[in-house]
Design a binder for this molecule. Sequence first.
Ligand code: ADP
Ligand code: GN1
Ligand code: MG
Length: 360
Amino acid sequence: MSKVLLPEAAIKHFKTEGTPISCEEFGSGHINSTYQVLTDLGHTYILQRINQYVFNDPKAVMENVGAVCEYLRERVSDPSETLHFLQSDVDTYYHIDENGEFWRCYEFADGLCLESPESDADFYESAIAFGRFQELLKDFPAHTLHETIPLFHNTINRYRLFKEALAANKSGRAHLVQAEIDFIMAREQEAGTICRLLESGELPLRVTHNDTKLNNVLLNKYSRKAMCVLDLDTVMPGSSLYDYGDSIRFGAATAAEDEKDLSKMTMDLNLFRVYTAGYLKACPGLTAKERELLPLGAKIITLELAVRFLTDYLDGDLYFKTAYSEHNLVRARTQLKLVWDMENKWEEMQRIIAEETAKV
Ligand code: ADP
Ligand code: GN1
Ligand code: MG
């Protein structure tokens, strides 16, 4: 039987300033196991165990993250704008424990991490942060990045995996979700649009973040200005439409990603406009086609995530962390409600994009 190894044991393998005196679970990420560590000299760190079900090549993840951080460090005006990793006792950016688990440790970035924007200005600043991140990486040598999750935002492949999960029905839950299956399948053709346009070259492939929800960015605690982009595990070649869209999905929604009362889940058109203005400002290099298709980015990424949550529900909850047995189903339904609301607001979304584009 494998020995249970604790974060308290893992942190000792990193070159912290001072001796760790506490180690508590931290944050609300769905993938890695995250802890906040304090030392007797008053230093604070983030310790993470990388989820190897999700990232089956953790060394590749750390190579990407390390390369991106180094690249950014040379280009930002203030060191607080990027993540800082600690070296382990064998001079690597990770520690492998006796169970083969990968741990990494960053300096704690003391900023504001929000689950929903507290003001229009907060959301605008998150757009500046993610937009600036993409701009800073525009000349990053994309071919040097590993694909840490193959076909991560390939929606066509996501549908294929969904159909496989449905056929396998490992959890025996398929009969409970026919309405959701019908909704998803009715949109299969449209869901592949961005993939096809990337394939044909009508949309550019860029180095993108690929996981741009609001709790993956920090604002400065005092000025509330954009500070630092977190969670770099999925930085890979991708589409700006998904980065923009995922921020809208999470931050312009009127309810949490796992709200059970679907009537509360809609898209706030004001927040949609606010984020769009910030993103267009921070990303002046978007092509006309990218700008035109921003609403489609929001819709497809929301649909794709619903498909991913429902796939995981059918598989028996293997990928996303869940707090209760129906959690992935609740999340999937909430995303589908948001897709439906976007469809009802489609013309207004197009109009807002045209108006904000005309201003830049
Ligand atoms: P996951 O992939 O599980 O989402 P993240 O890397 O996003 O993991 O970390 C989870 C949470 O931990 C973040 O949402 C944020 O609240 C916090 N966090 C991560 N890294 C840092 C850091 N360097 N400084 C401060 N907080 C951090
Ligand atoms: C996961 O790691 P986290 O919690 O920031 C997921 C995203 C989803 C998101 C939904 C590597 O993001 O793709 O959009 O949950 N990350 C990965 O909240 O799958
Ligand atoms: Mg995260």
